[in-house]
Design a protein around this ligand. Structure first.
Ligand code: PLP
Length: 280
């Protein structure tokens, strides 16, 4: 088992990975990324993440000639790590060049990837979330390296003793977490925000929508105000790292009974079963 990196096709120990200082990812956040989990030696949902990655690349007008080769680097580097339960991160930036906002078409895009063991966050008993204004740009559907508002929001939430920030837009509606989707359950309906450019198209949310069918839960897209979200019967976060995690409190106020709701537990269980069966 070894923590590995891959820089432009070359595998190395993670601590030895080097990226040029003038990489546009570093200077401008000019790139897009994905985070994938591996369970029991298998990359989970890679084809879905790959589809979203390709979309993000198109949206920022970054079209490397060797994209399919990068996919093989991901699989090969993960295999070489021999880490059964891992977090696999990869990004592609527009490349390195002297700092200038506009770019030259001849730049070589830069690929970076890391494989680390997944570290359990101990959040099965549910988490508290803290509402924070959503200060992000208007293309949150792109999984861009520009994460400063997300980082600041998460830190603000953590300082206030919450696990995750619950982002609230200027209309007072809940958009998502700083690194997770946020969903509520009212009666037997999962309520998710409309899939617009205000939120990331979450892969875990996609799984939840599919799981809902088997559990005979409806799935509805509509905006919920912070007050509506707080007073839902149940609420949960969905994300690659957090999987399905019950929200017990919003701004210190209990959601439902203040524990992980029964439907949330069912969804968690079904998601886990799906992972065990490798049905991605
Ligand atoms: N929303 C944001 C802002 C995120 O950063 C993430 C994950 O990183 C998610 C939602 C959840 O997306 P996924 O389920 O694809 O991990």
């Amino acid at each position: 088992m070894r923590e590995l990196a891959n820089v432009n096709g070359t595998i190395c120990a993670l601590e030895d990975a080097v990226i040029p200082a003038e990489d546009r990812g570093c200077l401008f956040g000019d790139g897009v990324y994905e985070v994938v989990r591996a369970y029991q030696g298998r990359l989970w949902g890679l084809h879905r993440h790959w589809r979203r990655f390709q979309r993000s690349l198109r949206e920022i007008d970054l079209q490397p000639a060797n994209l399919e080769e990068m996919r093989s680097w991901i699989e090969e580097t993960y295999r070489a790590s021999r880490i059964p339960n891992a977090t696999v991160y990869f990004h592609l930036t527009r490349g390195a060049s002297p700092r200038n906002h506009s770019w030259s078409e001849v730049l070589e895009p830069s690929f970076f990837m890391s494989v680390r063991p997944f570290t359990d966050r101990g959040i099965v008993a549910g988490v508290k979330v803290q509402s924070v204004p959503d200060l992000r740009w208007r293309r949150c559907d792109i999984k861009s390296l520009n994460l400063l508002p997300n980082v600041l929001a998460k830190q603000q939430a953590r300082k206030l003793g919450a696990y995750e920030a619950l982002l609230v837009d200027t209309r007072g509606n809940v958009t998502e977490g700083s690194s997770s989707a946020a969903l509520a359950i009212l009666e037997r309906t999962i309520i998710a925000p409309p899939q617009t450019s205000s939120i990331l198209p979450s892969i875990t949310r996609e799984f939840v929508e599919e799981i809902a069918v088997g559990l005979k839960l409806s799935f509805q897209e509509r905006w919920l105000s912070l007050a509506e979200f707080r007073s839902a019967g149940e609420a949960f976060l969905a994300g690659t790292s957090d999987e399905v995690t019950g929200i017990t409190h919003v701004d210190g106020q209990a959601v439902g009974t203040g524990g992980v709701g029964p439907w949330t537990r069912e969804i968690q269980k079904a998601y886990r079963q799906r992972i065990e069966r490798g049905k991605d």
